[in-house]
Design a binder for this molecule. Structure first.
Ligand SMILES: C[S@@+](CC[C@H](N)C(=O)[O-])C[C@H]1O[C@@H](n2cnc3c(N)ncnc32)[C@H](O)[C@@H]1O
Length: 283
């Protein structure tokens, strides 16, 4: 058994779990959970995927998530609306990744970090735990670090993820979240909220040493909003025009995003930030 499996807890009652042959068992709830290969499942089979498939582009999205890294995918990153310059957010994330004990990545998708436990609604390649971010299957004070990148907006009650992060972190444990501020509606599988710099400080007030900063800057926002606007204008006439029209607009507008290399340093840049990060520690 890998060491981290000892900190698994029942997502309902938070009692420690007995790891048996087929999967973990909660004696208090008399509830068995499933272990398939190396993956622990705390949700009904395919619940996450089913939610994803309710979206019109759900199938393409899941397929995209499962596709291996290729040169085409790498080029897509360059010709996209997003660019994330700046050292501050990278070093804040690195500080969490360098925590000594176990680190949890909430809503990891296909992102992989060495030494981390990866949790998502769906069993994307590399996911260790299939569970809901609002009911984490880990014991109180059991983790040294939590990462949660562009996930909070997809959870109906995002505050439950913040409260769960506080519960599972050890005293002094660090977290790092990225959230959207000025970002078009998008679903993975749903999309509920946005956060300003002040909203973040309020929602994470239970933690100490809070630091909020820009992840995606104002120029990324402009490219994102303009390309999405072109799609909206074209979408009525061509309902399937999303990829085509947004793609064409992005080809013309994407170089604008590189201005964020300079603009992100302006004192008021957060007013139009595309995405913000917040980091801090449990008191
Ligand atoms: C925009 S993707 C971000 C993936 C990854 N963090 C990254 O930065 O590439 C959002 C991820 O959150 C997951 N997710 C959405 N709602 C969730 C929930 N309630 N519990 C756990 N994961 C969730 C989705 O399945 C998806 O993988």
């Amino acid at each position: 058994m890998e060491e981290w499996q000892a900190i698994l807890a029942c997502p309902e009652c938070k009692e420690g779990l007995a790891i048996q042959g087929n999967g973990p068992y909660c004696s208090r709830c008399d509830q068995s959970y499933v272990r398939r290969g190396e993956v622990f499942r705390f949700l009904d089979e395919d619940k996450g995927k089913a939610a994803m498939m309710e979206r019109p582009d759900g199938e393409a999205m899941v397929k995209g998530y499962r596709s291996p890294p290729t040169l085409v995918n790498a080029l897509r990153q360059v010709f996209s609306s997003e660019y994330f310059p700046g050292k501050a957010w990278r070093s804040a994330r690195q500080a969490v990744l360098e925590s000594e004990g176990p680190i949890l990545v909430i809503g990891s998708g296909v992102t992989r970090y060495s030494r981390a436990i990866h949790l998502d609604l769906d069993d994307f390649p590399g996911v260790d735990v299939v569970a809901d971010a609002g009911a984490l299957p880990f014991g109180e004070n059991s983790l040294d670090g939590v990462l949660c990148e562009v996930v909070l907006e997809h959870v109906a009650r995002g505050e439950s993820v913040i409260a769960e992060t506080h519960r599972v972190l050890k005293k002094g444990g660090r977290f790092f979240f990225i959230v959207p501020f000025l970002f078009p509606f998008h679903g993975h599988p749903n999309d509920y909220k946005r956060w300003s710099h002040q909203g973040l400080l309020t929602d994470f007030a239970a933690f100490s040493e809070l630091e909020v900063g820009i992840h995606g800057g104002p120029c990324s926002s402009m490219v994102n909003l303009l390309t999405e606007w072109v799609y909206i204008l074209s979408g009525r006439t061509f309902p399937k025009g999303y990829q085509l029209f947004k793609g064409l607009a992005t080809v013309f507008l994407f170089p604008l995003k590189f201005l964020d290399f300079f603009v992100n340093r302006f004192p008021e840049a957060h007013r139009l930030a595309s995405t913000l990060y917040i980091t801090g520690r449990k008191r």
